[in-house]
Write a protein that binds this ligand. Sequence first.
Ligand SMILES: *Cc1c(COP(=O)(O)O)cnc(C)c1O
Length: 428
Amino acid sequence: MSQSDMLFDAKHIWHPYSSLIKPVSCYSIISAKGVYLKLKNGKKIIDGMSSWWSTIHGYNNPILNKALKKQIKKISHVMFGGITHPSAILLCKKLIKLTPKKLECIFLSDSGSIAIEVAIKMLIQYWEALGQNRTKILTIKNAYHGDTFGAMSISDPNNSMHKIYNHFLPKNLFANAPCSNFNDHWNSNDIISFKKIIKKNIFTIAGVILEPIVQSVGGMKFYHPIFLKKVKELCQNYSIPLVFDEIATGFGRTGKFFAFEHANVIPDILCLGKAITGGTITLAATLTSRHIANTISNSSTRCFMHGPTYMANPLACSAANANIKILEKNQWQEQVSNIEKELNINLLPLINHPRVIDVRVLGAIGVVECSKFINLELIQNFFVKNGVWIRPFRKLIYIVPPYIISIEDLKKLIYIIKKSLDQNIFFI
Ligand SMILES: *Cc1c(COP(=O)(O)O)cnc(C)c1O
C-alpha cells in the first residue's frame, strides 16, 4: 500500500459519514489476527471496537475461516427465489432454537438497516391484511436503527446524522427516552410520555420498535429493564406488535444472549445483525411469530414483498452457523463476564476524572462520557500511536472489544483511554 494509494483513497472513496473534500484520516490495515489489527508498517494495534460490535471471536478465526472455505468449495451464492440450500436451513433452525419459542418465521437479508426495513414492512403488511391503514411507528428519542430511510425515520429526529433528510422521511412518533439507568431505581414517570402517545394514537400505530436496554449510537445509554416491561404491557393491552432491534446487543454483548432477557420481555419481531456472522460477512435476520407471518400471508397480496439479490447468501449463512457453533460452547458467558469485571475495576474509577461526567459498564460494553466534544482526528492518532484502536463519537469514548480479548490487552485499552483524558487538545 503506497502513499499514492492512500491519496487515491482520500480523493475517490467515501468512508462512513465522511466528506470527499475534507476526508477522514484513514489507517491502512493489511491483516488481522485475534484482537490485533496490523498496520501497513507492521505495527499491531489492539482492537477495542470489534469492527462495530461484530468481530466477537476475533479476526482470522480458524473455525469461521474453515466454515467459509468449506462453503466456497460447494457454492458461494445462489438466488433464494425458488431455491433453498442447506446452510440457510441450518441457520434458521439454529436461530429458532436460540430465540424465544414464539419467534419461528425468519426473513434473511443483507444488513442491519435492511432487517429494520423488513420489520417495518411486516408491520405495515400485517395491518393491511387486517384491513387497517396503520402507518405510524412508535419509538423513543435517542434511538438509532440504521441509515436507510425507514430506519432513519425511527432514529432520533434531531440526530445530526439524519436531520438533513427530515423533510423526506415518514413522520413517526417519538416518546421520551427513559431516564432511569440500568442500575438505578425505576422511576415510574419514565413511562408517562410513551403511555400518552400510545393512548392517543391507538388506531394509527402499526408497531413499537425499540433497542432493548442499550441505546447505542444515540448516546450509549443503558436504561432500566422495567421500562421494557411497561412497554410490553401497553403493547399487549392495545394489541400493538413490539419489535426489538438487537442488531448491536444480540449474541451476548450485554452479558445475556439477548438484551431483552434482562427484562424477560419477548418481542413479536426481532432484528439481528452485526455479530451474527462473527464479523466475517454481512448478514441480518428478521424473526417473527407464526401469527404475524400467517396474517401477512392471508392478505390480498398473500406475499411478503421483499427479496434482496443476495438473500440468504450461502457464505454468510455458513459463517453464521460457525459463529453460533462457537457461541454454543458457552464460553462467551465467562468471556463477557470477565470483561465486565475488568471494566468495573479499572474503567469505572475514571468517573473521578475532571473531564468525565459518567462511566457506564454493561457486559462487554464500556462507556466514558466526557464533558466536552472530542476531536476525533487527534485522539484517533493518539490511540493508534499508543497501540489501540478506539473510535469515539461526540462526547463518548467507548469500547466493545472482541470477547476473546485478554485481561492484559483490556487493561491496555483502559490505560490508554485514561491517558487520553489528560490531553487538553483532544477536547473541544
Ligand atoms: C448498526 C445498527 C443498525 C444498522 O445495521 P447496519 O448493518 O449498519 O445496516 C441498526 N440498529 C442498531 C441498534 C445498530 O447498532
